[in-house]
Unconditional design. Structure first.
Length: 123
C-alpha cells in the first residue's frame, strides 16, 4: 500500500469516527426545543463529511474530485458551526467531548481545505 493509500484510508476512518462521535455526543445535549433542530443539522453535516470524502476518493477526474472535496469542506465547516452554537448556547455538559469535537472539526477542515487548494492549483 502506498503512502497516499494509507493516508486516504486514515482519513476515511477519521471522518467516519468523527460522525460516530458526533452522533454519540448529541445524546448528551440538554433537552431544549432548539436542541433537536441543532442535533439534526449537526448529525447531517458530520455524517455528510465522511460520505462525501468517500465519494471524492472515488472521483473519476480531478474536476470531480475537486467538486466533491469542496462539499466535504463545506460540510465539516457546517459541523463546526453547529458545535460552536452548542458551546455558546451552553447546550452540553460534556465540555471535554465538545472541545475534542471542535478540535477534530478544525483539523479535518485544515486537511480537507489543503486537499481542495492543492487540487485547485493543479487545474
Amino acid at each position: 500500500m502506498t503512502e497516499k493509500e494509507v493516508f486516504i484510508n486514515q482519513q476515511k476512518a477519521r471522518t467516519k469516527k468523527f460522525a460516530i462521535d458526533v452522533i454519540k455526543f448529541c445524546d448528551s445535549l440538554k433537552a431544549y426545543k432548539a436542541s433537536s433542530v441543532i442535533t439534526y443539522q449537526l448529525v447531517k453535516s458530520a455524517t455528510s463529511t465522511g460520505a462525501n470524502y468517500r465519494a471524492a476518493c472515488q472521483a473519476r477526474s480531478k474536476n470531480e474530485f475537486f467538486s466533491k472535496i469542496c462539499i466535504v469542506v463545506e460540510e465539516v465547516e457546517e459541523a463546526s458551526y453547529w458545535l460552536e452554537i452548542i458551546e455558546e448556547a451552553k447546550l452540553s455538559k460534556e465540555k471535554t467531548d465538545l472541545e475534542y469535537l471542535l478540535k477534530e472539526a478544525e483539523e479535518l477542515t485544515k486537511i480537507m481545505a489543503k486537499a481542495k487548494a492543492s487540487t485547485n492549483n493543479k487545474n
